[in-house]
Design a protein around this ligand. Structure first.
Ligand code: MN
Length: 159
């Protein structure tokens, strides 16, 4: 193996990765949220801020453009979320919550959840997860029927 390549691959995370524009950091790639077509989502990007073998968690930053949303999903692992930029709404279980910068959102195991930016500005959030975790589940027809029984939830998950 090429020595420089090996060095690059095993390079530790630098002590400091400065923010170079709003919610964009040195040596942090702005990536696709998920594989296209794998699940419904719109205008959302993913940045992995902390992902170290010595840490049992990952810290990611997701950002939605105005009108953007994350996938409606649930899974066995939980999320610890802080809104870092802007405001919008999120679904946690059967509750639709208004959220804004620096609010903290707790998403327990096996709880349906989705984030939506407002119509005029981006919304971004930090999300802490277990490094080893199960794959998200998408709602089936029966799940959607249950969720849509509540008009506020039905309006929120419309798309
Ligand atoms: Mn999730």
């Amino acid at each position: 193996m090429d020595e420089s390549n090996k060095d690059q691959r095993s390079a530790p995370t630098p002590a400091l990765r400065a923010e170079r524009e709003h919610c964009r950091w040195d040596k942090v790639d702005v990536m696709q949220y998920k594989q296209e077509g794998s699940a419904p989502f719109r205008d959302i990007t993913r940045q992995v801020l902390f992902d170290d073998p010595q840490l049992a968690a990952q810290v990611r930053y997701f950002e939605m453009q105005a009108g953007g949303y994350s996938t409606l999903e649930r899974h066995q692992h939980m999320h610890a979320v802080m809104i870092l930029r802007g405001s919008g709404r999120c679904l946690v279980g059967d509750r639709v919550l208004d959220v804004r910068e620096h609010d903290l959102i707790n998403i327990p195991a096996l709880t349906w959840h989705q984030f939506r930016a407002g119509d005029t500005a981006p919304m971004g959030f930090l999300c802490v997860v277990n490094a080893v975790r199960d794959k998200p589940q998408l709602p089936g027809e029966a799940d959607l029927k249950t969720l849509r029984a509540d008009p506020a939830v039905a309006a929120f998950i419309r798309a």
